[in-house]
Design a protein around this ligand. Structure first.
Ligand code: SAH
Length: 210
């Protein structure tokens, strides 16, 4: 089976998993997930599983990328912050749906590899930097949307503070890897509203010594 038909197969699986947003589906269908993986793992690129990318980190399961992207509820005018660039796959999905993506990664090597992929795909609306994403990106706040792709114990307060009014943050919250939920946090005029999207398992968000 060639990559294109595998990709179509993956999208059908995502649809079954409950992803209904046609823009999210179309974008995921158009992105070659294989280029985000080491050669030895490429054969698994279109399976609905999380895959290792080094440093004990993983490229998120496509079903989870789809659900989180759908929950973020973006438009093409938005400025989005992503915490945890990892392979860059989720970053690229977002870059095709919004105006600009700012992304932060705490492993230099992962960041460099991801940036090479952005160039290879000729994407010009991603700004990436090395650092501890729990501090957000002060110079660029407020953000219309914030996506966190590593699990946090609580809603990261500095990130919540960098959301615009009406802004949404999607973040996996939980104590241990088997007790996490994806939360959708909406900033209102006088506080925050939260909604649980689904249970999930993510690698932890780790404060970096940078
Ligand atoms: N969206 C990525 C998921 C990567 S896993 C993908 O699809 O490939 C989570 C990533 O978050 C890892 O790369 C990890 O290094 C990064 N991370 C963890 N804690 C972080 C922090 N405090 N600041 C920035 N990145 C962090």
């Amino acid at each position: 089976m060639n990559f294109d038909s595998r990709r179509v197969q993956l999208v059908l699986a995502l649809r079954k998993a409950g992803i209904t947003d046609s823009k999210v589906m179309a974008v995921m269908e158009s992105i070659p997930r294989n280029i985000f993986l080491a050669p030895i793992l490429v054969k698994h690129a279109y399976e609905d599983v999380a895959l290792p990318i080094g440093f004990e980190q993983t490229l998120s399961q496509p079903g989870v990328v789809g659900i989180m992207t759908q929950a973020l509820d973006v438009t093409d005018r938005m400025k989005v912050l992503e915490v945890g660039t990892g392979s860059g796959y989720q970053t690229v999905v977002l870059s095709r749906l919004v105006r600009r993506v700012y992304t932060i990664e705490r492993h230099r090597e992962l960041l460099e590899k991801a940036e090479k992929r952005f160039k290879e795909l000729k994407i010009s609306n991603i700004t990436a930097k090395y650092g501890d994403g729990t501090f957000g990106w002060k110079a660029q706040e407020p953000f219309d949307r914030i996506m966190v792709t590593a699990a946090s114990l609580d809603i990261p307060p500095i990130l919540a503070d960098q959301l615009s009014i009406g802004g949404i943050m999607v973040v996996p919250i939980g104590q241990t890897s088997d007790l996490q939920s994806i939360l959708k946090v909406k900033r209102t005029e006088d506080g925050f509203e939260t909604e649980e999207i689904r249970e999930v398992s993510f690698v932890p968000l780790i404060p970096a010594e940078v």
